[in-house]
Design a protein around this ligand. Structure first.
Ligand SMILES: Nc1ncnc2c1ncn2[C@@H]1O[C@H](COP(=O)(O)OP(=O)(O)OP(=O)(O)O)[C@@H](O)[C@H]1O
Ligand SMILES: [Mg+2]
Length: 228
């Protein structure tokens, strides 16, 4: 088992009101599995991804990545685990503005002391079609280019599981298809587990399982019968 979320709920407090976004979610992923999370805007997709990746903590319930119970981990231990085990592509990319594309991709590798970071980062940027943008800063890149830098960054530590929030959201059809090929090649060749949030029909066609969020809960749907 790669990922196990049990009875997970998330309540946000805003002002003096509580907003429960996820209610008693049970969700698992086997090693090497691929899954797409779909649902309307505001249904909690990004929130669920963040909880599963250990970026945020649930209000109730337990999350295990591999066999490690995330609830028990300190912030430092969580950060280390995320860096070693996971790759995360944020919906809003979250590139560091003062670093170039190349430096952004290198960050996770440098954090764990990898000595080949620069060459690997360069190779990954080439794979996502950005070989002539490596020295650009995020502000000098288009939205789709920033997204591809974020995807390259998510790959650099050879993660066991990749979480990607709308990974093709800002890409044209051809570039999007190429990024999906990269993601699914990684899944096929390295057994990387993929948990993807998407509205992209092409992507939902390619995953093994689709999970639909509605009113804070999961309803399962099959790829062929999915209704966006
Ligand atoms: N930190 C927060 N504090 C308060 N409310 C939050 C917070 N984060 C998210 N929410 C609320 O939780 C709900 C779910 O947000 P989330 O970002 O998970 O939705 P989503 O399904 O990813 O939507 P989209 O498709 O638009 O990206 C939203 O109504 C949002 O306003
Ligand atoms: Mg979202």
């Amino acid at each position: 088992m790669m990922l196990q979320a049990e009875n997970v709920s998330k309540t946000f407090r805003s002002g003096n009101r509580d907003l429960t976004v996820l209610k008693d979610i049970d969700f698992r992923m086997n090693d090497g599995e691929t899954c797409a999370v779909i649902g309307p805007s505001g249904s909690g997709k990004t929130t669920l991804l963040g909880l599963c990746a250990g970026l945020d903590r649930p209000t109730t319930g337990r999350v295990r990545l591999k066999d490690v119970l995330l609830n028990d981990q300190s912030e430092d231990a969580l950060a280390r685990m995320r860096n070693e085990l996971t790759g995360f592509v944020f919906q809003t990319f979250r590139l560091l503005p003062s670093l170039t594309a190349l430096e952004n991709v290198m960050v996770p590798a440098e954090l764990c002391g990898s000595d080949n970071a620069r060459n690997r980062a360069r190779a990954l940027l080439t794979e996502v079609g950005l070989e002539d943008r490596v020295h650009h800063y995020p502000a000098q890149l288009s939205g789709g280019e920033q997204q591809r830098v974020a995807i390259a960054r998510a790959f650099i530590n050879q993660p066991r599981i990749v979480f990607a929030d709308e990974p093709t959201g800002n890409l044209d059809e051809e570039t999007g298809a190429h990024i999906l090929d990269l993601l699914f090649d990684l899944n096929r060749n390295e057994g990387t587990t993929l948990m993807l949030v998407t509205h992209d029909h092409e992507l939902t066609r390619r995953v093994q399982r689709i999970v639909k969020l509605k009113n804070g809960q999961i309803t399962n749907a099959q790829p062929s019968t999915v209704n966006h």
